[in-house]
Design a protein around this ligand. Structure first.
Ligand code: GDP
Length: 174
């Protein structure tokens, strides 16, 4: 008899970044393909799962939104414990959010999971005002072993690609 189909186990994936950079909007766009200008602030741990097929493998994401705890960075470790992947988001029209993103990356890299796959997402690429340089961000990502992509949760541009990029780096089974 044929072996039973492999049921993909999910990869814990966390979103980190300053408040209002678009973390919840990225998750909503990816999971439900919707966008709202008036996203309600996330209360408690938001949680979603989504499966993606890339290069003939099925990768299942278990997505944790940081639920506004970016304001309490000491609480972060319990969110990213056991995570296979992290998406560190900044708003490309907001310089400070880029600097804060670098703090999150450092914290993740010191967190004791050397195999965690980290993607840096320059969100709100649809906005004309640009407070951060793309070349600088790309260079920073290269220097720190991060995947890098510009996204817009508003238009949906590159949201799917962001997750495909992570999926390519993750095993089918965690
Ligand atoms: P979070 O606090 O990081 O989860 O951010 P939210 O997802 O709540 O988004 C904060 C605000 O930015 C909301 O008003 C969103 O509608 C808006 N927003 C999120 N992503 C984008 C984007 O890609 N482009 C634009 N123009 N606005 C966005």
């Amino acid at each position: 008899p044929a072996p039973p189909p492999i049921k993909p186990r999910s990869h814990k994936t966390v979103l980190l970044g300053d408040a209002s950079v678009g973390k919840s909007s990225i998750v909503m766009r990816f999971v439900k393909n919707v966008f709202s200008d008036a996203m309600e602030a996330t209360v408690g741990a938001a949680f979603a799962t989504q499966t993606l097929d890339v290069d003939g493998k099925t990768v299942k994401f278990e997505i944790w939104d940081t639920a506004g705890q970016e304001r309490f960075s000491s609480l972060a470790p319990m969110y990213y414990r056991g995570a296979s992947a992290a998406i560190v988001v900044y708003d490309q029209s907001n310089r400070q959010s880029f600097e804060r993103a670098q703090t999150w990356v450092k914290q993740l890299q010191l967190s004791g999971n050397p195999n965690i796959v980290i993607a840096l997402a320059a969100n709100k690429m649809d906005l004309p005002e640009r407070a951060t340089s793309l070349e600088q961000a790309r260079q920073y990502a290269d220097d720190n072993g991060l995947l890098f992509i510009e996204t817009s949760a508003k238009t949906g541009q590159n949201i799917q690609q962001l997750f495909s990029m992570l999926a390519r780096r993750l095993p089918e089974q965690p």
